[in-house]
Design a protein around this ligand. Sequence first.
Ligand SMILES: NC(=O)C1=CN([C@@H]2O[C@H](COP(=O)(O)OP(=O)(O)OC[C@H]3O[C@@H](n4cnc5c(N)ncnc54)[C@H](OP(=O)(O)O)[C@@H]3O)[C@@H](O)[C@H]2O)C=CC1
Ligand SMILES: O=C([O-])CC(=O)C(=O)O
Length: 261
Amino acid sequence: MIGFGAIGCTVFKVIKNDAEVRISQIVVHNEEMRAEVQAKVGDNVVVVSRISDLPQRPEFVLECAGHAALTACVLPLLASGVDCALVSIGALASDGMQEKLEAAARQGKATITLMSGAIGGIDAISAAKFGGLDEVLYTGRKPALSWIGTPAEELFKLAELSEATVIFRGNAREAAQLYPKNANVAATLAIAGLGLDHTKVTLIADPAATQNIHTIEARGVFGQMKMEIQGNPLPENPKTSALTAYSIIRAIKNRVRPVVI
Ligand SMILES: NC(=O)C1=CN([C@@H]2O[C@H](COP(=O)(O)OP(=O)(O)OC[C@H]3O[C@@H](n4cnc5c(N)ncnc54)[C@H](OP(=O)(O)O)[C@@H]3O)[C@@H](O)[C@H]2O)C=CC1
Ligand SMILES: O=C([O-])CC(=O)C(=O)O
């Protein structure tokens, strides 16, 4: 596992006593974190701060670290033949990243699995694409303070908002680049469906919200779809919905079970 923040720590806690799968090696950001995480996970797990220090070739890698980890860790792992699952999917909106990942995966004959993360319905959009999609809209609504540290902080007095306020309207590529910690789902939906440049995104800062609310609307040859998830945030990082961690656990379990669902 790469990254041991809110998602990594939740995944680890749930998987810790699982009879079928084991997280055996964790890559953290720096030496200081290494000691901290090692104390949390115990001596049966190897914790390193660089992929070159991993003592064993991993069987399967979960990225839950952030956009920069794709270049630092995921590209070399794919190129050396290791299958990787990603949650920092907004990184694929940056110039050339999608192509670089695909080239590395081809070089190593490895696969990249994009996690559905904080949303559902990716299977439906991804299937509907083959009939033809006319329009896909994503709306993300989070508590006002979850937008601190983003460009919205410069545009709005987030702590003083008295009503739900649209902080961004545009396409999924712009959203993912401007809001790397809040618009991964917009990128995921776009890659599954109409693409990063043609998926319309609205982001809302809502002082009354206590959850992360994701709405998908789609139209196409398949019919129409509207879906909303009211996601509970992870206590360690309220910007991140708990479902993201559970989507990773699903992917891990699907690798070892006879029935994949
Ligand atoms: N697809 C989806 O639906 C969702 C995706 N996400 C994305 O998932 C990722 C993780 O989220 P979350 O756990 O909440 O974030 P956190 O900030 O809680 O944790 C990320 C951890 O990874 C560490 N890290 C950063 N770079 C590296 C690296 N190169 N190698 C190893 N560790 C690294 C960070 O260290 P440091 O603090 O020192 O940088 C931090 O400890 C983010 O990119 C987030 O945007 C989040 C929610 C939903
Ligand atoms: O966890 C969420 O609710 C969604 C999120 O942060 C993202 O898309 O980056």
